[in-house]
Design a protein around this ligand. Structure first.
Ligand code: KG4
Ligand code: ZN
Length: 350
């Protein structure tokens, strides 16, 4: 509909420079530049390198998004930008750019929460958010289970990882298997040739005593250590390491815990929709297992297509559009970046 708000979103919280443009729930442009190759040899994102890459990529990515959408900055109704959580220096580049564009074109600005944007992006594919919903966000930096009653008002955290994030576990295990960075996609591919039941790796925080205190929390660091020990033992005994079986069994351990805890939350809160977002939501085993288990419980799973699960500008624009449509006040032009922005704030208040 032409009278729906035209919103531009800027994302720079980690290693992707994203500029997305949406009208209402319709995606018009999703331009992306990634510095992932520059971090590969370090086995993880180097903040200083990411910040410089954002600075270089920002203007061309913005231009590409406007061209792809066939609009100019003057046509835009509001600019949304990730204000946190994320890498401080990386966030500053996006927030500073958004302020410059907002000031130059005299547009309202919304400093928004990156995690809420991972939830909102699903509206671009599946329409308005069914609220209440349970959202599971699994990426390189976070693994959280959230109760979403009203995305414009903030979300209620139910649980989170107490050590490594799910994506971080994929990245670390891929590294110890000599597979490169980022680890998620390569483990996902390698696991297709392996047996998920070949090795019984531990399921963190699922024992009855852990469930009392950590019902919806996750732990993946013990799993990573178990994989390392298993591989070392194999190497010591001179036997070949069955890489595909290790990848498949590790992946299954992560996906088993994630899906069972997310669906437990749906049942406990009487909620019929589970939204999965973040880079790990691109995982084929996670998607399949969630679908299978949810179907048995009559719960609907909404997962955006893989390209929208990893960081991008469209998710920020989608959240901005949701806020504009709900009549939420914009942020002040002097809004700060907040690397530890809490989940209880979806926008930086006006
Ligand atoms: O959301 P995202 O792009 O950035 C963060 O905010 O962290 O997530 C990146 C993470 C990385 O750890 C990467 O290994 C993981 O998502 N990832 C995957 C897959 N694709 C990306 N993990 C498992 N399976 C995948 N197919
Ligand atoms: Zn993310």
């Amino acid at each position: 509909m032409p009278d729906e708000p035209l919103v531009l979103g800027i994302e720079t919280s980690c290693d992707e420079t994203g500029v997305g443009i949406v009208r209402g729930h319709t995606l018009l442009a999703d331009a992306l530049a990634s510095s992932v190759d520059q971090h590969a040899r370090f086995g993880g994102v180097v903040p200083e390198v990411a910040s410089r890459a954002h600075l270089e990529a920002m203007v061309p990515t913005m231009q590409r998004a406007l061209d792809d959408a066939g609009v100019t900055l003057a046509d835009i109704d509001a600019i949304a930008v990730t204000a946190g959580p994320g890498l401080a220096g990386a966030l500053l580049v996006g927030v500073a750019a958004a302020k410059g564009y907002a000031l130059a074109a005299d547009k309202p600005i919304y400093g928004v929460n990156h995690l809420a944007a991972h939830v909102a992006v699903d509206t671009l594919e599946h329409g308005p958010l069914p609220e209440p919903a349970i959202a599971m966000l699994v990426s390189g930096g976070h693994s959280s289970l959230l109760l979403v009653n009203d995305l414009t008002a903030g979300v209620t955290p139910l649980g989170a990882t107490i050590d490594d994030a799910a994506g971080e576990a994929f990245d670390k295990v891929a590294r110890l298997l000599g597979m490169g960075f980022p680890g998620g996609p390569v483990i996902d591919r390698t696991a297709r040739d392996g047996d998920p039941a070949a090795i019984a790796f531990p399921r963190g925080l699922t024992a009855p005593k852990d469930r009392l205190k950590h019902r919806y929390d996750f732990s993946f660091s013990g799993l990573k250590t178990a994989v390392a020990r298993w591989v070392e033992a194999r190497e010591r005994s001179g036997e070949p390491v069955p890489i595909a079986d290790v990848a498949a069994s590790f992946q299954d351990a992560v996906c088993d815990v994630l899906t069972s805890k997310a669906l437990d939350a749906c049942r406990e809160y009487g909620i019929e929709t589970l939204i999965i977002g973040g880079g790990v939501a691109a995982n084929s085993r996670l998607r399949l297992l969630a679908e299978e288990r949810a179907a048995k419980l009559g719960i609907r799973v909404r997962v955006p297509r893989p390209g929208l699960c990893t960081d991008n500008g469209a998710m920020v624009a989608a959240l901005g559009s949701h806020l504009v449509a709900a009549g939420v006040a914009p942020s002040r032009l002097d809004l700060p970046a907040d690397s530890a922005m809490p989940l209880t704030s979806v926008t930086v208040a006006g």
